[in-house]
Design a binder for this molecule. Structure first.
Ligand code: IYR
Length: 225
């Protein structure tokens, strides 16, 4: 077994006083509290550079063995968006038509969602996020990836956060199943579609479900031992 460990001094360090630390934590809470999942987007363009910069931020996420097992396929082309909308709506018609089952559909009733997904054409960007289930070395041999769902989940969180910071709204859309994304976007079968992230500006009259504003209190989501 050969070891490749080559440590360098920690390149960045934050030296906050306890007081400043709390101030920053509160400021971040205030900022992230203002993020809302929306379904009403405008067609106002968003530059590719903004998306690229947010993706660079997402790409800094921690991942299993630092294998970075993600791929972000970014769609602004109207014809491709149309294809994605048509395929997603076909899946959603089955889902809402009964495939989801009563309990799931009842849970969704408070969100006001249905099989129509016009935002898939209206919003300037669709970011199809894929999990790279395994990698490939130069000789074409499969290489292992680790904790892939966890890793891509964290990177997706970073991305949603970066987009929010850039003043953009998002929808974490999960048509089910999403295999059509591999076909439309030409992604290999080694990649599993994970989330279709819709990004753009919120419409003037955008609404959100009141139910979505109710977050569990700290006592319900945390324990201190
Ligand atoms: N994928 C469907 C259904 C859906 C499922 C869950 I769980 C949600 O939180 C919201 C929607 C759709 O996008 O409509």
């Amino acid at each position: 077994m050969d070891f490749h460990y080559d440590p360098i001094p920690l390149p960045h360090r934050q030296n906050l006083s306890d007081e400043k630390s709390l101030e920053e934590a509160k400021a971040y809470f205030d900022f992230i509290q203002q993020r809302h999942t929306i379904r009403d987007f405008t067609d106002q363009p968003v530059s590719r550079e903004v998306i690229e910069t947010c993706l660079r931020a997402a790409g800094t996420a921690p991942s299993g063995a630092n294998h970075q097992p993600w791929h972000f396929a970014c769609v602004s082309d109207p014809d491709t968006k149309k294809k994605i909308r048509e395929a997603a709506e076909a899946e959603e018609r089955e889902f809402y038509g009964g495939k989801a089952g009563d309990e799931w559909l009842d849970d969704l009733s408070k969100l006001g969602t249905d099989a129509n997904k016009p935002f898939l054409e209206t919003a300037p960007w669709l970011i199809a996020i894929f999990v790279e289930r395994y990698g490939m070395d130069e000789e074409g041999n499969k290489t292992k990836n680790y904790y892939t769902s966890e890793s891509v989940g964290i990177a997706t969180g970073f991305l949603i956060n970066a987009l929010h910071r850039a003043g953009l709204a998002t929808l974490t859309h999960t048509p089910n199943p999403m295999k059509f994304l591999n076909e439309i976007l030409g992604r290999p079968s080694s990649e599993r579609p994970y989330i279709l992230l819709v990004a753009g500006h919120a419409a003037e009259d955008a609404q959100i479900p009141r139910a979505a504003t109710i977050k569990k209190p700290l006592e319900k989501i945390a324990s201190f031992i």
